[in-house]
Ligand binder design. Structure first.
Ligand code: FAD
Length: 404
């Protein structure tokens, strides 16, 4: 099944990009993702000889920017559509690597740098330089869901104390504290989009967003986290001991923080939607193929009625998630009609579909579905993580509902 079955009017360039990324996903990401997943110590995944670097280098060679303009001849909506198709293909290849690859070139940091209007930052981080790996850190040891719920009453509660604070000192900010062990790509990142508190009297609302190069004095990193899913994406905490940044690296301050967070979540959740539609599709494809090969009761299991019904239900879910997530990506990233609750609907729906379809796929694989010799149990674990990632689905839904 292809992610573009449901598209009309795709040009040759768009088809060629989709085919190239699909081949990359099948030939590079799938085997690398499985190898990384099996490493018992997550530290191994980031060692210099890790296959992750090889996969990242090959992704860099494709010259694909998952965030910026794909082709200047395309309209913004066409660019957004092809970006969505690319992210879905990457998700089809391997969830953890897909998300790691979107950090290559800076990811969210490039977006911030290009918005900053500051020449030095645009030059260093705005141009999709494959040597720069970005991460975004908002959650903290004591604060997960509540950091993202910007339209909920607790958001301006000063009694909720942040773990990471930036204090203005002349023409610099001094950063103290730490971010949670869940910061994606932090163990390998060169630069961070730091969402921290500036004015604690206003609670989370008194926050700011800074670009922080991770080679500054006072920064240290924890060990990569050991976890059940998306093991091909390294995650870890970052500590700040009196770290100084120029004041103009604080791209948003307490006056604009909520707007910045709103925009960030709109972008990030749109990405998550299309990526996990790809994960759902990968589970369906594997189950569909297996059902044609596995003989039980004298015929391939796809000929048994209950398996047919299960497969068709999975197919329907994959297509609705994919079509909806792509539409949201086009509207949110390619037009000026973007809305946060579209992005949240896409993320929460596609991640749920990915988990449900992966679970059904395990059932179709039977006992083999539980075996590490087969690829499907990994996809189930990867999909499970996505319902917590970039905001728990429950809390995101509460945030989205407030905008209806
Ligand atoms: C794979 C992965 C990648 C991640 N990447 C990043 C990253 O790049 N950067 C980063 O900063 N963080 C990242 N995170 C952290 C992620 O955003 C948080 O885990 C998430 O926001 C939930 O926070 P928590 O884990 O502290 O759970 P908690 O906030 O403690 O929530 C625990 C449970 O309580 C429920 N709950 C909490 N508050 C409410 C409420 N108000 N109403 C109803 N239910 C509630 C939740 O739904 C959940 O079931 C990542 C997490 C994962 C799993």
């Amino acid at each position: 099944m292809s992610s573009i079955d449901f598209e009309v009017d795709l040009g040759d360039t768009e088809r060629a990009i989709q085919e190239t990324v699909h081949r990359f996903a099948a030939e590079v990401m799938r085997p690398a993702g499985r190898e990384l997943d099996k490493m018992p110590d997550p530290q191994q995944t980031i060692e210099t000889d890790s296959i992750m670097w090889d996969a990242m280098a090959k992704f860099g060679e494709l010259g694909i920017d998952t965030l910026g303009t794909i082709d200047s001849e395309f309209t913004p909506a066409e660019n957004a559509r092809i970006q969505a198709i690319i992210c879905e293909e990457l998700g089809w290849g391997d969830a953890g690597l897909a998300l790691t690859m979107t950090t290559q070139g800076g990811g969210l940091v490039s977006w911030l740098a290009n918005m900053s209007g500051r020449e030095e930052l645009i030059k260093r981080y705005g141009g999709n330089n494959p040597k720069e790996i970005g991460c975004w850190a908002i959650t903290e040891p004591d604060h997960g869901s509540d950091t993202l719920a910007m339209n909920q009453p607790h958001f301006n509660d000063p009694s909720i104390k942040a773990n990471c604070i930036a204090t203005k000192d002349g023409d610099e900010y001094v950063i103290r504290g730490q971010k949670s062990s869940w910061v994606s790509a932090a163990p390998i990142a060169t630069v961070m989009a730091l969402y921290c508190t500036i004015d604690g009297n206003r609670g989370f609302e008194g926050g700011g967003v800074a670009i922080v190069p991770l080679d500054l004095p006072g920064i240290s990193k924890g060990k990569p986290l050991n976890k059940i899913g998306q093991r091909s994406m390294p995650q870890g905490e970052i500590f700040f001991d009196e770290v100084r940044i120029p004041a103009d690296y604080m791209i948003f301050d307490q006056e604009t923080y909520k707007t910045a967070l709103h925009g960030t979540l709109t972008l990030a959740n749109s990405w998550m939607g299309v990526t996990f539609a790809g994960v759902a599709r990968s589970a369906f494809d594997l189950a569909n193929q297996y059902s044609k090969e596995r003989i039980q009761g004298g015929k391939p299991i796809c000929e048994h009625q209950s398996v047919k019904l299960r497969l068709f239900d999975m197919y329907r879910k994959v297509e609705t998630a994919s079509t909806f997530a792509r539409k949201v990506s086009i509207v949110n990233n390619g037009t000026d009609q973007g809305k946060l609750h579209y992005a949240i609907a896409s993320k929460t729906y596609a991640t749920r579909v990915a988990f449900d379809v992966a679970s059904e796929a395990v059932q179709i694989f039977g006992g083999n579905g539980l075996s590490k010799e087969y690829p499907i149990e990994k996809i189930l674990r990867d999909a499970r993580a996505s319902m917590i990632e970039d905001g728990c689905n429950e809390v995101l839904s509460i945030v989205g509902a407030a905008d209806l």
